[in-house]
Design a protein around this ligand. Sequence first.
Ligand SMILES: Cc1ncc(COP(=O)(O)O)c(C=O)c1O
Length: 756
Amino acid sequence: MAAPLTAPMTAYEQALAGLAAEDPDLVVMTAENRAAIRALPGVLGPRFIDVGVAEQTLIGMAAGLALRGRKPFVHALAAFLTMRAYEFIRTDIGIGRLPVKLIGGVPGFLSDANGPTHQAIEDIAIMRGIPGMKVFCPADEADLVAALPALLADPAPCYVRYTAAPAAFAHPLPGQPHRIETIADGDDVAILTFGLLVGEALEARARLAAEGVTARVLSVRMPKPLDEAAVLAAAADTQLIVTVEDHLQTGGLYAIVCELLVRSGVRASVMPIALAERWFKPMLLPELLTREGFRGPQIAARILERLDHPIGGNRVAANAADPVIARSKSLWARARQLIPGGTQTLAKGPGQHVQGVAPIYLARGRGARVWDVDGNEYLDMTMAVGPLSLGYADPVVDEAIRTQLADGITFSLMHPLEVEVAELVRAAVPNAERVRFSKTGADVTSAAIRVARAHTGRDRVVCCGYHGWHDWYIATTDRGAGIPAATRELVSTFDYNDLDSVRDAVDVDTACLILEPMVVEPPRPGFLEGVRQICDAHGVLLVFDEMWTGFRIALGGAQAHFGVRADLACFSKAIANGMPLSVLAGRADVMQRLERDVFFYTTFGGEALSLAAAAATIPELGRRNVPEVLATRGRALRQGYAQLCAERGIDWTRCAGMDARTLVVFDAAAVDPLLAKSYVQQELIRRGVLWSGFHNLSWAHRDADIAYLLGCYREIVPALADHVAAGTLAGALRGRPVEPVFRRLPNVHQRPRSTP
Ligand SMILES: Cc1ncc(COP(=O)(O)O)c(C=O)c1O
């Protein structure tokens, strides 16, 4: 007959009693201070052992019992177990790998009732140093109770941070203490924490969401052994990992996460929120959390500070008015007196933005967000016109740049990165038998033309799209002043997706045909293959300009995606996440011309910061599955746009182009495309979106960003349709509409065949 109960059993005690009823080897032990065990002795009878004040004996006795097949659950204050009994636990239990569970009461901040000597805030560091010892930090009592059967079944010794905290959230993985639980999802920041701080992390998450920052909250129940996949996924998916622990910074969760990242060769930004070599002053828990800065809002503020995130101001939201752009305007006034054309990149200049409404100068960016010089924040759909394949300030790439910066930028001899990045390109890109570097896209398209001319002994070039500012190409446009007529006569054009026009343009005096394998429309079946055949038939080299397709449509670019071989391929935009680097790659026998015949050298060609950025970016593009991520998000955007247009019966606008980079196009028969683009742009700016017609997706664009943009289109496109129907579009613009860039000259189109 059981002794009468002296206290109501806690849920934890009930669970232990239930397990003891089924497993006769389970024994429960305590020292003088029974910690959580009050009512259980009366239920367990002789299987409850209290060693009185002889706390050291507790460990030795537990080891002895375990050696005889018992499964002891040992309860004492966490500080006693981890600090005073350490040597006994290490030698008697840890090294022997005995199935003893050590339940530490009042760990971390819970130690409000005892003096400083009873604070266990280095317990995880101490216990995880013991061979074979597992460490379990349940989030609350429900988590602890659900884990007990698994802990009992596991023959490994384990240190458990006891908690009786009520459950603040549902557990997605009950009974699997070895797994990290994703309590809430998010993509900007990952907060890794445990115990009572999971609740504070959730509160922090809500505060961050109000600032437009999404946070994933992970309950790291078992810091040892760690659920590594969940941590590595967080490192890959987010900009910043934040570890929050009621533990010393040394040796705890922060150290465990960093050790994993270093061991795995993964670069990530990790921000610790912990106690730095200092014990807290005991007080009641709520005051303690506030004093030490562990309250949800305080955690959120620390994260925002780290992200350099402005709180308040004009945000990515439906703002009541256009942003204030006074500083932009004043800079532009100064530029107009000094900088011809005003801009170094036409697509970034005011001519491509509604003047008077759109910001003109950006000050900084992070992820897929930018801030203009007046402090307004935007979701950026232009992404520096392409180079930011991962996003602004990507921690992995930026760290690689910083590391290289400490050693030097550009040198008197070559740098090993030239070899290493060339090998990375060869491994990723089909037919990249030889590789050279330069700085801009135009550098390498022009080098490709020169190499092709040298290789074939012919002068003529055939092209159909934009390939940069150099003479050979820009001569085909109405912006070709300053280019000798003789140069213009060597270039002719064809129409994309029109094999007849290719046949008309290519001839026996053609050195090469250069094209972007895809821009807006996908290649018709057989088009790229047909181009390849025509080139082969005439001894013409085929050059792919892969500024947009390279490392984006697939890691191996268009050659990998479409399965058509090019003789030479030119890359730039996606390869170094914003750093200036371009690549010419191709057939060994053609590229060999660069050994001597063809001169292609420049001071900054082997500049090491950009190469370091590429060395970090290329593997990250693969590791984060970027081409697939971009394609999936781009498809969602395209389909969402098509759906909202279909719902409103609007058939004169659509989202065209490859998934990773779609473009909103307007049918000129129904609406003036430049006015329509201007209207959509001005309305998007008011909603905190920087847009120039394209959706230049980067890995940093999240599903939420796509959803937000579609929500904006849902308001703007019908309003545009109303203006078109009413004939009021021009009057609806609040600034000067965007301008055309340049037009192809009519007389370079499809030259007549020079030989029969
Ligand atoms: C397809 C294509 N080729 C070449 C270039 C020229 O590159 P860059 O401006 O770096 O000289 C561009 C630039 O936008 C481009 O889009």
